[in-house]
Design a protein around this ligand. Structure first.
Ligand SMILES: C[S@@+](CC[C@H](N)C(=O)[O-])C[C@H]1O[C@@H](n2cnc3c(N)ncnc32)[C@H](O)[C@@H]1O
Length: 426
């Protein structure tokens, strides 16, 4: 039954929208991760009909059950191979309602006019199936030329990634390859050994825009690092030289960060299970930091994948506004803190949100603060992926001439750049 408790806890975390489904599942204990993830995703796909079925029954009158646990157990009892746990009071409680729950399922299928139970599923956001599978070659381990040769030796052809065996170089991000959307590399030895990183294009923007120095005396901070894809990207861009301090305040996510940076062969990274806001910018190595990446917690509203779509519909408007305002206040605090580092030349702020509240508005406010005054300004387009076609929402900024850069789907990148001036782009 522990397995169901873990899965119920995961559903609970997802309700608080503290991260994407993928991110939250990555923090599950490795032992049960695969099985637990599959159950959570399947249950989310059927969440609406399962809720209807459970509510129409008396199941929740059973004292030992909360809604999430009930969703998982009813899912397995009605839609899978049965409850995978030994006999115990909780399993017995659900089994007592089996006939009624089954009856409600049949009624629901008639009401919805579907012949098969699978037709009740929410199969997610179709746009996700059009996004290429992106692979970042981990240049800390090998070169992109070697990676290309390896894929060609496996029968892949450089060219059109919409063909099942086609792949191509990304036109904006160096060392990023595009494959067919259905290509999977999760079990591939190249992925398991850290030679390739599965990282979407938008998520690669911040490290490239930060452009950290590639020298032995470089001192860089990744302020909000777990799970660590941007950390390993920064480390690779630094040529694994100098020092990259990676902060993560959440202890569970910190473990993932340690695992990911070790798997990616990052030798210049020092991970710190610490709140970035508690650092003293004037202290020790902090005073030498020249580049900071800030990719703080956000609403995740810009992430398009089949799974996160399953959570999207649940947010009420009022709740959302309050939540966004809270996130924006925290994000502003993080930028203000980063601006206090005395040697910092460039700050990149990025989110995977599509809301101006968390993007343009946060930057606009950041630029008005005393920390920014006379020191930081927005980066011009020439410094921030100049060939990228989109620049965010100028109407949301005080200076409509400011260039902003927004990827089409997954993330808004805002770059604050300083050489005693701050530049920014989204
Ligand atoms: C959006 S995620 C970062 C994703 C990461 N940059 C990557 O690409 O893999 C934000 C992370 O920041 C952490 N975090 C939030 N506030 C923090 C703080 N004040 N100090 C350190 N970490 C923080 C969260 O726990 C979360 O793991």
């Amino acid at each position: 039954m522990n397995f169901y408790f873990d899965a119920a806890k995961t559903l609970e975390t997802l309700e608080t929208r503290k991260g994407s489904i993928k991110g939250v599942l990555a923090t599950l204990p490795e032992k049960n991760r695969k099985r637990c993830s599959a159950l959570v995703i399947e249950t989310l796909k059927y969440k609406a009909p399962l809720m209807e079925i459970i509510k129409a029954s008396d199941l929740l009158k059973e004292k030992k059950l909360n809604l999430n646990l009930a969703l998982l157990l009813v899912h397995d009892m009605l839609l899978a191979k049965g409850i995978q746990a030994g006999d115990g009071p909780i399993k017995q409680a659900v089994l007592r309602h089996k006939t009624r729950l089954n009856g409600e399922l049949q009624k629901l299928k008639i009401k919805k006019g579907v012949a098969h139970t699978r037709d009740l599923a929410d199969n997610g956001d179709d746009r996700a199936s059009l996004i290429p599978r992106y692979i970042r070659v981990n240049t800390s381990v090998w070169s992109t030329e070697a990676a290309v040769k390896e894929f060609i030796s496996r029968g892949y052809v450089v060219g059109d990634p919409t063909q099942s065996k086609g792949f191509a170089h990304d036109e904006h991000i160096p060392n990023l390859l595009l494959f067919h959307p259905r290509a999977t590399f999760h079990e591939d030895p190249l992925y398991l050994s850290g030679k390739i990183i599965l990282q979407d294009k938008a998520s690669c923007f911040p490290a490239v825009v930060l452009a950290p120095p590639r020298s032995e005396d470089a001192v860089v901070i990744d302020a909000t690092a777990a799970p660590g894809n941007k950390t390993s990207h920064l480390s690779a861009l630094m040529g694994n030289k100098g020092k990259l301090y990676a902060f993560e305040r959440d202890s569970k996510r910190y473990k993932t960060l340690q695992m990911m940076t070790s798997k990616a062969h990052c030798k210049n990274v020092e991970t710190l299970n610490q709140d970035f806001l508690t650092t003293d910018p004037a202290d020790g190595h902090c005073s030498e930091v020249t580049h900071i990446l800030l990719d703080p917690s956000c609403s995740g509203s810009g992430i398009v994948n089949r799974m996160d779509h399953l959570l999207a519909a649940e947010q009420e408007d009022d709740d959302q506004e309050e939540r966004l305002a809270k996130l924006a206040a925290f994000q502003l605090l993080m930028i203000r803190h980063a601006m206090k580092f005395p040697s910092v030349k460039r700050i990149v702020y990025s989110t995977c949100s599509v809301h101006a509240t968390e993007n343009e508005n946060v930057v606009r406010e950041a630029l008005k603060t005393e920390e920014a005054s006379g020191i930081f300004e927005l980066a011009p387009r020439t410094m921030v992926l100049p060939t990228w076609h989109r620049r965010g929402m100028p109407e949301e900024m005080d200076d409509p001439g400011t260039f902003m850069l927004s990827p089409p789907i997954s993330a808004l990148v805002l770059t604050c750049y300083s050489s005693r001036r701050l530049c920014c782009a989204m």
